[in-house]
Design a protein around this ligand. Sequence first.
Ligand SMILES: Nc1nc2c(ncn2[C@@H]2O[C@H](COP(=O)(O)OP(=O)(O)O)[C@@H](O)[C@H]2O)c(=O)[nH]1
Ligand SMILES: [Mg+2]
Length: 217
Amino acid sequence: MGLTGGGPSGSPSLEGRAFRVGIGGPVGSGKTALVAALCAELKDVVSLGVVTNDIYTTEDADTLRRLGVLDAERIKAVRTGCCPHTAIRDDIGANLEAVEELDELVGEDGLVLVESGGDNLTATFSYGLIDKQIFVLDVAGGDKVARKGGPGVTRSDLLVVNKVDLAPMVGADVERMLSDAVDVREGRPVLATTVRSGDGVEAVAGWVMAVRQAARC
Ligand SMILES: Nc1nc2c(ncn2[C@@H]2O[C@H](COP(=O)(O)OP(=O)(O)O)[C@@H](O)[C@H]2O)c(=O)[nH]1
Ligand SMILES: [Mg+2]
């Protein structure tokens, strides 16, 4: 598949393949939990596949298979063996192979979620791999994190601020965190979630379906 023409954000043409959404963010922010929740929310609406990235293991794919969020063959693990951002931004071959294999199963009207390995605030996906990207921060990392910026926080297509339930435990000011995020993102969307209880997941799923629909028009 060529890397030019047609897709949103300069991604490859959508013809003959599923829409792809990357999910990145620091270790433990809730990426796998969000992937599981999105699968539960969307699996009756759209044909789904998932690619996970871990450095040394297939832990996240194993977790998703154990939870039974999708049929096991719809969940593929990439073992990066290197920094997570390398495999999603600089040397995307293994991930491209995984998403292209899933296209066969998921179909061209489908949706593939690609979870990055947990990384730092500089990690973003190549638009040669995905069409839109979500960056997940969590409140437990401190309300300063949104202010600290970095390309995932400022330029991802959607910023999710997760674990709102933990704010009182860690003394984080969620309202401040959200308004800092809105400021640094110059109008790009921000959603607050507590994936653990399902709060906000419907809004994230709605965003995913809306950007997929817009890209297909
Ligand atoms: N309290 C709370 N815990 C959460 C929430 N979302 C995820 N977690 C927990 O945070 C931990 C890390 O989540 P995980 O999805 O594995 O993070 P990842 O490393 O970004 O994929 C797990 O123990 C999750 O159960 C949330 O909204 N609230
Ligand atoms: Mg994970």
